[in-house]
Design a protein around this ligand. Structure first.
Ligand SMILES: Cc1ncc(C[n+]2csc(CCOP(=O)(O)OP(=O)(O)O)c2C)c(N)n1
Ligand SMILES: [Mg+2]
Length: 891
C-alpha cells in the first residue's frame, strides 16, 4: 500500500533549510523527528472515489463547511446558518435511500461494511460535523494530515468512550467549581476573582488533558493562563491550598514576611503540582505566573517548556524519544485577547521553528463571547476567534461549553492530533460569562440582551447535574454531598488560613544552591586560567575570520567578539549551557561573531565552541525569526527554568528592544520581586550607545536615589555600557559564576567591535580579575593634581582619550560602565556626560551620583541636548555635536 509521508515542514526547500539548522551532532536542542506516515488510497478506493464523485463532493463539503452549520453557542445568540454547500441535492444526490459504496470516501460505517444508505451517510455527516462539536481542518496543506483528521473524527464515536465514571468525574469538577465561586462570593464579595461561572467546562477540558498526558507518559506540562477561572483551576486541579489564597486575601503576603519582595495580585498566583491520574508515573504541571498584560505569558511558557525539554533530553538517551514525547505546552486564552494581542501571532510563529518548537502546544480559548464590555463584533475582524491559528495551519475544534462530554471529546481530538503531528492545535470553547468582567461590574450597561439571556438560564453545572440525575448517573444525594463536602473543605481551609505561615518555594529543585542576592555590585573573580583561555583561543584562531586571526597572531589583542567567545568557551568548558538567541545571532549583526560556520557546499553548520572537549556544556545558536516580543519572552522563559543555562537574547540593533517592552517591564524588571523567580537573562543591544534608549531600562531600576549609605540593596537588574572587551568577558561569566541570577542589559558597541584601541589582553581575563563597575583612568599624569573627574560611559571614552593631553589637562576620566549603580566616591569635582544617550541617562544618574559627591563638589552635565529621536540623523551635525561635547568636557 502506498503511504503518505507526513513531512514536518512544508516543502522540499524547507527541508533543506531544516537540514541546515537541525544539524544533529552539533546543534544543541535537536533530534530528528520520527518519520510518520498514513495509508494513501488504494487503487480500488481511488476508483470508487471516481465513480462516487458526487458523494465525494458532499463529504468534502461537510469536512470543509460543516462547522458553519453547527450549534455552538450556549446563549443561542449566534444563528445556526443554513449552508447551501451541505445540501445533497446540490451534488445531484436526491435518492437518499440509495445504497452506495463508501470505500475511500468516508469512515462513518461502524460495521466494517463499506455500503451505506445515502440518508444514513447524510445523518452521520451532520452528527459528526454539525453538532456541538465542529472542526476546521481542510485548510491544512498536507493531504495526509487532513486525511488523518477526517478519519479520526469520523470514527471517533467508536474510539472515544465516555462511561459513567467519567461522567461523574465531569460532574464533580463542574459542581466544585461552582461551589468555589459561590463560596468566594459569600465570603469575599468585594474581591475581583474572575470566576469561571459560565465557562466551567474549561476545567473539564484541562482535567481531561492532564489525564491523557499522564496516561501517555508525558512527564511535564507547562501551562499559561489568564485571569478567568485561574483560581478555580489552581484550587481544584493544581493542588493550590485554598488557605494560601485566603491568607493572601486577608491582606498578607504570599511569601515569608521577611523577604524583600513585593508580591502580586491573586489573579497572577501560580502552582506546580505533581498529578497522577492512575499512570505509573506522575505528571508535573507547571503553571507559570503571568502579568496583567494579556497573553504575554505565551512565549514565556514556550521558552520555559523548551528549556525543560532540553533538560529532559539530556537525561534521556533513548534515541526514539522525540520532541513532545515527554513535555507538552498548554496555553489557555481569552477570546478577545487571542484575537487582539499581537504576541499570539508572534508566539504561534515560533511554534514550528528549529530551536523554538515544543513539539505541539494545545491552545484552549475560553471564548465567553465578550472581552470586558466588548462583544465579538467590535473585538475582531476575523470570522472566528481562533482564525489567527490558521497562520500556522493549526486545526481548530469548536465546541459548545454547555456540553462537558463534548468538551472532553474535543480535548481528546486535540491531544491525538498533537501526539501524531507534534504541532499546535486550538480548541475554541464557546461559553458565556455569568457576571460582568469581574464580579463587581454591571454587564447590563453594555450588553442588556446577552445578560437577559444569561440571567434567565441554568448554570452549566446545574444543567449537567440535572441531566446526570435524569440518566441515573448520579443521585440527588451524591450531587448534594459533592457540593457540601467541597464547601466544608473550603470552610476548613478558611479557618486554617488564620494560622497559615507561607513558605518560600523558590530556590528549590534545579535552583537548589542559589541564594538571594545581597549586594548591589558583585565583583567576584570571574577570571579564567590562562591555560583554559589558551585552549579556547586556538579554536577561535582556527575558525575565526582572517583579520581576527591576524590580530590574535600579532599579539594578545582580544577584541570584542573574541572576548565574548572566550567567555562562552570558558563557561562551556565549566559545564554551563549557553543559548544565544536573536535575529542572525550566529553570524552577528555586524558580521563580527561567527559562532556558527556554514559549509559553503553542503550548508551544514559547524559550531566551533561545541568542540572543545567531551564534558563541556553546549552552545545552542538559536537564530530566531523576526520577532522581539515573543522571542524575548521565550528567552525569559528559558532563563527562569534553570540557573545552569545562560540565555542571551540579542537585538538586531539596540533600539529594537522596545517592541518587546512588555516582557522587559512585566518580567525582566519585576519578576523577581513579584514572584521570587530569578532570571539571568542577558539582553545584548548592539549599536547600543547610539541607538538604545537606555533611559527605559534605567527608569525600571530600583536603585535608591540616595546612595550615600552602604549599598547593600539588591537591584532588580544591571544596566551596563561596557568599554573594554575584558569587561564584557567578565560580565558574561559573572552571570553564571555568582550564586544568584540577575538580568543583565548591555548597551553594546558597534565601532568598538573593530576599534584597535578597544582591545584587551588575556591577562585582563586571568584569575584575580573581575568586572569593574568603574574603570579608573590611567591617562592623568599626576592624579593628585586632578581638578575635574569626567565620568564617561561606553565608546566615548576612546574619543575623549584621543583628544586628551595629559601634560596640560587637569582632568581625570572614569569610564563608568554601570549607570544603574555608581559605587564610588569621586573626590574632586564631577562632570557626567556621554555623547549618545546622555541627557536621558543623566536624569537617572544625577541624583544618585550627587548623593555620593563630597562636600563642595559640583556635578555638571556635558552632553547633547535632549532630542526626540534617539540620535542625530545628519552625520555633519552629529560630528559637530560630538566635537563640541569633547571640547566642553576637556576645557
Ligand atoms: C494587554 C492588555 N490590555 C488590556 C487589558 C485589560 N483587560 C483585562 S481583561 C480584559 C478583557 C479580556 O477579554 P478576554 O480575552 O475575552 O478574556 P475574558 O476576561 O473574557 O475571560 C481587558 C481588556 C489587559 N489586562 N492587558
Ligand atoms: Mg472573553
Amino acid at each position: 500500500m502506498n503511504m503518505l509521508r507526513f513531512s514536518y515542514n512544508k516543502t522540499a526547500a524547507r527541508s533543506a533549510l531544516l537540514k541546515r539548522h537541525y544539524h544533529e551532532h552539533v546543534v544543541y536542542g535537536y533530534r530528528v523527528p520520527k518519520p510518520r506516515s498514513y495509508p494513501d488510497f488504494s487503487p480500488e478506493q481511488l476508483k470508487n472515489r471516481q465513480t462516487q464523485a458526487t458523494l465525494v463532493g458532499l463529504v468534502n463539503a461537510f469536512r470543509a463547511s460543516g462547522h458553519r452549520a453547527t450549534d455552538l453557542d450556549p446563549l443561542g445568540l449566534q444563528e445556526r446558518t443554513k449552508v447551501p454547500d451541505l445540501d445533497p441535492a446540490r451534488y445531484g444526490l436526491t435518492d437518499m435511500d440509495r445504497m452506495v459504496n463508501t470505500d475511500g470516501i468516508l469512515s462513518l460505517d461502524s460495521s466494517g461494511t463499506k455500503q451505506a444508505r445515502l440518508k444514513d451517510i447524510y445523518q452521520a455527516l451532520t452528527d459528526t460535523y454539525c453538532g456541538h462539536l465542529a472542526y476546521e481542518f481542510e485548510h491544512i496543506p498536507e493531504t495526509a494530515e487532513r486525511r488523518w483528521f477526517a478519519d479520526f473524527v469520523e470514527t471517533m464515536g467508536r474510539t472515544i468512550e465516555v462511561d459513567d465514571s467519567k461522567r461523574r468525574r465531569y460532574y464533580e469538577l463542574l459542581a466544585r467549581s461552582e461551589t468555589f465561586d459561590k463560596f468566594m462570593q459569600k465570603k469575599f464579595g468585594q474581591v475581583k476573582r474572575y470566576g469561571l461561572e459560565g465557562a466551567e467546562s474549561a476545567i473539564v477540558a484541562l482535567d481531561e488533558l492532564f489525564a491523557l498526558c499522564n496516561h501517555a507518559g508525558i512527564k511535564e506540562a507547562v501551562l499559561g493562563m489568564p485571569h478567568r477561572g485561574r483560581l478555580n483551576i489552581l484550587i481544584d486541579l493544581l493542588k493550590y491550598q485554598p488557605r494560601k489564597l485566603f491568607h493572601k486575601l486577608a491582606g498578607n503576603a504570599e511569601f515569608p514576611e521577611d523577604l524583600p519582595v513585593s508580591g502580586d495580585v491573586i489573579s497572577h498566583l501560580a502552582s506546580s503540582p505533581r498529578l497522577n491520574y492512575g499512570a505509573s508515573d506522575d505528571l508535573h504541571v507547571t503553571m507559570l505566573h503571568n502579568p496583567s498584560h494579556l497573553e504575554a505569558v505565551n512565549p514565556v511558557v514556550a521558552g520555559y517548556g523548551r528549556a525543560k525539554q532540553m533538560y529532559l533530553y539530556e537525561r534521556n538517551t533513548d534515541p526514539a524519544c522525540a520532541l513532545g514525547d515527554r513535555l507538552i505546552g498548554i496555553q489557555v486564552h481569552g477570546d478577545a485577547a487571542f484575537t487582539g494581542q499581537g504576541v499570539i501571532m508572534e508566539t504561534l510563529g515560533l511554534s514550528n521553528l528549529p530551536h523554538f518548537s515544543l513539539g505541539g502546544t494545545i491552545h484552549v480559548i475560553v471564548n465567553n463571547q465578550i472581552g470586558y464590555t466588548t462583544p465579538a463584533t467590535n473585538a475582531r475582524s476575523t470570522f472566528y476567534t481562533s482564525d489567527i491559528g490558521k497562520m500556522i495551519n493549526a486545526p481548530v475544534i469548536h465546541v459548545n461549553g454547555d456540553y462537558p462530554e463534548e468538551v472532553a471529546k474535543a480535548m481528546r481530538v486535540a491531544f491525538e492530533y498533537r501526539k501524531m503531528f507534534r504541532k499546535d492545535v486550538i480548541i475554541d470553547l464557546i461559553t458565556f460569562r455569568r457576571w460582568g468582567h469581574n464580579e463587581l461590574d454591571e454587564p447590563s450597561f453594555t450588553q442588556p440582551t446577552m445578560y437577559n439571556i444569561i440571567r434567565a438560564r441554568e448554570s452549566v453545572p446545574k444543567m449537567y447535574e440535572r441531566k446526570m440525575q435524569e440518566t441515573s448517573v448520579i443521585t440527588g444525594d451524591h450531587a448534594q454531598a459533592t457540593r457540601e463536602s467541597f464547601n466544608q473543605f473550603l470552610e476548613d481551609e478558611l479557618t486554617a488560613s488564620k494560622q497559615y505561615v507561607p513558605e518560600a518555594d523558590h530556590l528549590t529543585g534545579k535552583w537548589e544552591g542559589m541564594t538571594m542576592p545581597t549586594e548591589a555590585v558583585s565583583t567576584i573573580d570571574t577570571g579564567a586560567p590562562i591555560e583554559v583561555l589558551k585552549e579556547v583561543h586556538p579554536r577561535l584562531l582556527k575558525h575565526h575570520i582572517k583579520p581576527r586571526i591576524k590580530r590574535l597572531a600579532e599579539g594578545p589583542n582580544v577584541d570584542w567578539a573574541t572576548a565574548e567567545a572566550m567567555a562562552f568557551g570558558t563557561l562551556l568548558k565549566e559545564g554551563y549551557n549557553i543559548r544565544l538567541c536573536g535575529q542572525d545571532v550566529g553570524r552577528g549583526t555586524f558580521s563580527q561573531r561567527h559562532a556558527m560556520l556554514v559549509d559553503q557546499e553542503s550548508e551544514n553548520v559547524y559550531i566551533p565552541l561545541n568542540n572543545i572537549d567531551d564534558a563541556q556544556g553546549k552552545l545552542e545558536v538559536a537564530n530566531s525569526n523576526l520577532s522581539e516580543l515573543a522571542v524575548l519572552g521565550f528567552e525569559y522563559g528559558v532563563s527562569i527554568q534553570s540557573p545552569n543555562i545562560l540565555p542571551i537574547w540579542e537585538a538586531q540593533f539596540g533600539d529594537f528592544f522596545n517592541t518587546a517592552q512588555v516582557i522587559i517591564d512585566t518580567y525582566l524588571a519585576s519578576g523577581e520581586t513579584k514572584w521570587l523567580r530569578q532570571s539571568g537573562l542577558v539582553m545584548l543591544l548592539p549599536h547600543g550607545t547610539r541607538r538604545v534608549r537606555i533611559e527605559r531600562f534605567l527608569q525600571l531600576c530600583n536603585t535608591p536615589m540616595d546612595m550615600s549609605a552602604d549599598i547593600t540593596q539588591n537591584p532588580n537588574m544591571h544596566v551596563v555600557v561596557p568599554t573594554t572587551p575584558a569587561q564584557m568577558f567578565h560580565l558574561l561569566r559573572r552571570q553564571m559564576k555568582r550564586s544568584f541570577r540577575k538580568p543583565l542589559v548591555v548597551a553594546g558597541p558597534k565601532t568598538l567591535l573593530r576599534l584597535a584601541a578597544a582591545t584587551s589582553t588575556l591577562e585582563d581575563m586571568a584569575p584575580g580579575t573581575s568586572f569593574q563597575p568603574v574603570l579608573k583612568d590611567t591617562l592623568a599624569s599626576d592624579p593628585t593634581s586632578v581638578k575635574r573627574v569626567v565620568f564617561v560611559s561606553g565608546k566615548l571614552y576612546y574619543d575623549l582619550a584621543k583628544s586628551y593631553d595629559a601634560t596640560t589637562s587637569n582632568c581625570g576620566h572614569c569610564a563608568a560602565r554601570r549607570a544603574c549603580t555608581v559605587p564610588t566616591r569621586p573626590s574632586a569635582r564631577g562632570a557626567v556626560q556621554d555623547s549618545r544617550t546622555p541627557i536621558r541617562a543623566y536624569a537617572f544618574v544625577q541624583p544618585r551620583l550627587q548623593s555620593l559627591l563630597p562636600e563642595g563638589a559640583v556635578l555638571n552635565y556635558v552632553g547633547r541636548d535632549p532630542l526626540a529621536a534617539p540620535v542625530t540623523g545628519v552625520s555633519k551635525v552629529y560630528k559637530a555635536e560630538q566635537a563640541a561635547v569633547i571640547n566642553a568636557a576637556l576645557a
